[in-house]
Design a protein around this ligand. Structure first.
Ligand SMILES: *Cc1c(COP(=O)(O)O)cnc(C)c1O
Length: 822
């Protein structure tokens, strides 16, 4: 906590302080930048950050109502006499200055971690290894950005023995800004890979940028086996840094590691000068080994005796960095967040719970473990938790752990308490849980995943996993191609291209998109029922759905004069005026829309004489925006649209939005963005021009059975699965009824199992398919990917001579959607 007065903060950030006497002198102990996860409080300062996507200044009034008294702003116009204000040029820079100041007051060691992979896991494992003997403050989740690093650093104060901060960069120049904030005493460089490479000329350039973090460090932990390791060594000697380097390949380094994989663990031997240490980790993959070696080397850098930690390495656990949303028993929804538990991350998780519960009016239930190592006295801590639960409108608390059990009198809501997880499991009654959104939140050692397993629906192991962070990444990638003021309509038709309706819409609303568009009114009604309040356009407004369109405040696409007349009749019956509509012009697709000047004029005259309607926007759709061979035609469409839309625009005194670009259009013709664009497939990770998008969905399942098939035998229906040699076959519980195209059978398609591709053998059945795993080590229960990180949707589409749209929207509704969010 920082504990500074408003005046002191103003001095640190070189700001201009505006405050009437009543706001002059109070102490700030908490800094926030995101109004959405803030739950109320007074000793708080809000930094109004603004970027291409949003303007933090717009949330000032709302935050004042929640009790915030001090605002750091860069826009004079928001200053009034209702609170204290500090005016600066750049609010992000001011936040960074304040963080650097807070760092300078801390005299205990700081570990700074950067690199392409493993930052968060190493940070968490170091915490697990050291928490018994040191009071540690660490970056929440993966707060490692230009804003995340200062926010993490502002949590530091003198009561801690050690701080562990991670830093990430995505473009040149960023580390220069983070280095003076973190100023690590001990650095860890995890590795340098391809992430964000598009913004750097070479790997060396990215390495040099990352190394800037460590310029003033005393020691640097790194691996000596990479081709760029000598550059790091040179950097160390130039800057007088003690290299704590290590090797798995007998290279010259301070620490030599040797490893041997056992069935479910890896035995590691560490050799330092003449000392030998042996330990084991409960993982068998290369990246876990690398992360563990980094942790061991960091213990050496901290001058700890490795002997005291050897057994603890065998207890390291996977770090669930993402929050996971799953279908539970009895119509429950499970939100699992085992990452860590502190007040900050609890507040974020509660905001997710509230959003998710709203969609089906579910009961809000929190299962929480003891919160450890917060530096706050327990009574005060649990009073704050109680306050948080009240603010987020939680209906019930289940407390797990001795501290919560002892402090149960503090909680003023329906609650029950258990001294530990096994106590809970003993008394668990399945039928007590129904129609609830349940947040499971707890520190890793409480193993809440075992409770989750009790509550989880296990009907079908096949899931389509949707990575919501990737979706946000894609949205922001498109935003960067657009002007700040251009509106975005996101197409969530067809179950959001197969990825889910309400979940995706909630997220998009949270990300401040301007419009959602659905195909039919029913989809819009469902979104409204789930608490979506932003405008929703219905592309296919059928006559029978007018009542719903009006009742649920949906906005129809008007594509013909006849439809317009019918819709107005409905509006008249309800006595409504100024109802927003969107007019569609057909510029060459020959699908829905007004095609001729005469048709457009007819509509204009009708609307002019009608008080019931207001034209919100005029739009058209491109037939071939992704095909360079059709560019001449696309240009004609632009021209035709300019002419016809001008007729409408010039006929009304108010402003009308215009839009024509879909995803490929935005990528290839951003100069035609006008006031708005309509984003579809790109959001879901498919680019036509090689834009750096992330695939958002993974279709996966597990192996049901493995068997051996002899040369005279065949596999599957019609004996189509012929084999040449004795083979091994894995049966997988996914078939054409799940949306796996049957044509992928008989060797055309494949799946990814245990690190390798396996061909589909024989005909695909309704609910099953078989894989040839002759040369692979595969067991029942092993994970199988149909598409995802290893097999792209575009590749599957290519095999089937179709487009990614069909693959995405074809996954059947019986495949459960599971959402991941960092
Ligand atoms: C589906 C649709 C879009 C989005 O197209 P993508 O190619 O997925 O970006 C845009 N406009 C209209 C009218 C659509 O129907």
């Amino acid at each position: 906590m920082i504990n500074l007065t408003a005046k002191q903060i103003s001095a640190v950030v070189n700001g201009e302080f505006f405050a009437s006497s009543s706001f002059q002198d109070f102490t700030v102990s908490e800094i926030i930048t995101d109004s959405r996860t803030f739950f109320g409080g007074t000793n708080v300062a809000f930094f109004a950050l603004s970027g291409p996507v949003f303007n933090g200044h717009n949330y000032i009034a709302q935050l004042r109502k929640k009790g915030v008294l001090l605002f750091i702003v860069s826009d004079k116009n928001f200053i009034d006499d209702k609170a204290g204000y500090i005016l600066v040029k750049d609010t992000v820079f001011a936040l960074q200055q304040l963080a650097a100041y807070n760092r300078s007051r801390f005299s205990q060691p700081v570990i700074g971690i950067t690199g392409s992979n493993g930052k968060t896991i190493i940070k968490e494992w170091l915490y697990d290894l050291l928490a018994a003997e040191l009071k540690i403050i660490r970056s929440p989740k993966s707060y490692n950005s230009q804003v995340g690093v200062p926010l993490s650093t502002l949590l530091i104060d003198e009561q801690y023995d050690l701080a562990i901060l991670e830093s990430g960069i995505s473009e040149p120049g960023e580390m220069q800004k983070l280095a003076p904030i973190v100023r690590p005493d001990i650095g860890i460089l995890t590795n340098i890979g391809d992430a964000h490479q598009e913004n750097f000329h070479s790997l060396e350039e990215k390495l040099l940028e990352k190394l800037k973090l460590f310029a003033g460090a005393k020691k640097l932990v790194f691996q000596s086996d990479r081709f760029y390791s000598k550059n790091i060594a040179a950097f160390c000697s130039q800057n007088n840094i003690d290299p704590i380097n290590w090797t798995l390949e007998n290279n010259n380094a301070a620490i030599q590691f040797k490893s041997k994989i056992k069935s479910a663990s890896t035995e590691v031997e560490a050799i330092l000068k003449n000392d030998h240490y042996s330990f084991s980790i409960p993982f068998t993959d290369d990246s876990a080994l690398e992360n563990a070696c980094h942790c061991f080397a960091t213990l050496i850098a901290l001058e700890k005796d490795p002997k005291d930690f050897l057994t603890q390495f065998s207890k390291l656990q996977p770090v669930a960095m993402r929050l996971e949303i799953k279908q539970g028993i009895n119509n429950c929804l499970l939100i699992n967040d085992y990452y860590n538990s502190d007040l900050n991350s609890l507040s974020i998780a509660l905001s997710v719970l509230k959003q998710q519960a709203a969609k089906s009016h579910l009961f809000k239930h929190v299962i929480l473990s003891d919160i450890q190592q917060t530096g706050i006295e327990t009574t005060e801590l649990y009073s704050k938790v109680n306050q948080l639960l009240q603010v987020w409108g939680i209906n019930k608390l289940t407390g797990i752990g001795k501290d919560l059990y002892q402090h149960q009198h503090i909680f003023q809501l329906e609650s029950e308490f258990y001294t530990g997880r096994s106590e809970f499991e003993k008394r668990f009654v399945r039928s007590n849980y129904s129609s609830s959104a349940i947040l499971l939140k707890g520190a890793r050692q409480f193993e809440l995943e075992k409770i989750s397993a009790l509550l989880q629906q296990k009907a079908h192991q096949t899931v389509l996993e949707i990575n919501l962070n990737a979706l946000v990444h894609n949205l922001n990638t498109f935003r960067k191609l657009l002007r700040a003021e251009t509106k975005i309509m996101v197409m969530v038709k067809a179950f959001s291209y197969g990825s889910g309706d309400v979940e995706i819409a909630q997220l998009l609303q949270h990300q401040n998109v301007d419009y959602l568009a659905v195909a039919v009114a029913d989809e819009g009604v469902q979104l409204r029922n789930a608490g979506i309040t932003i405008p929703i356009v219905v592309m296919n407004p059928e006559h029978d759905s007018f009542q719903n369109i009006i009742d649920f405040n949906l906005e129809p696409n008007i594509y013909s004069f006849q439809l317009l007349q019918e819709f107005v009749k409905a509006l008249e019956e309800f006595g409504l005026s100024n109802f927003p509509i969107h007019i569609k012009i057909d510029t060459g697709m020959n699908r829905l829309g007004l095609k001729t000047e005469k048709e457009v004029e007819e509509v204009i005259t009708f609307i002019k004489n009608n008080k019931h309607l207001k034209v919100s926007s005029v739009f058209s759709h491109l037939a071939g925006s992704d095909e360079p061979e059709l560019d001449d035609f696309t240009q004609e469409q632009f021209k035709r649209f300019a002419d016809l839309s001008a007729l409408i625009e010039n006929s009304f005194p108010y402003k009308i939005d215009k839009h024509i670009l879909n995803s490929a259009g935005i990528e290839r013709f951003p100069q035609h963005q006008m006031n708005m664009v309509r984003l579809g497939i790109g959001l879901y990770g498919i680019s036509q021009t090689g834009l750096a998008l992330q695939q958002i969905s993974t279709l996966k399942t597990t192996v049901s059975q493995v068997k051996t098939v002899n040369t005279n035998e065949t596999v599957g229906y019609n004996r189509n699965g012929k084999i040449k040699q004795q083979s091994r076959v894995a049966v997988v519980p996914m078939g054409y009824a799940d949306g796996i195209n049957r044509r992928l059978g008989n060797g055309l398609g494949s799946a990814f199992v245990n690190g390798q591709e396996a061909r589909i053998i024989g005909n695909i059945c309704m609910d099953m398919l078989m894989l040839d795993i002759t040369n692979l080590e595969v067991n029942p229960g092993d994970k199988v990917e149909i598409f995802g990180p290893n097999i792209s949707i575009s590749k599957v589409a290519q095999l089937l001579e179709t487009i990614p749209y069909e693959i995405l929207t074809g996954i059947s509704q019986r495949v459960k959607r599971v959402y991941l969010q960092e």
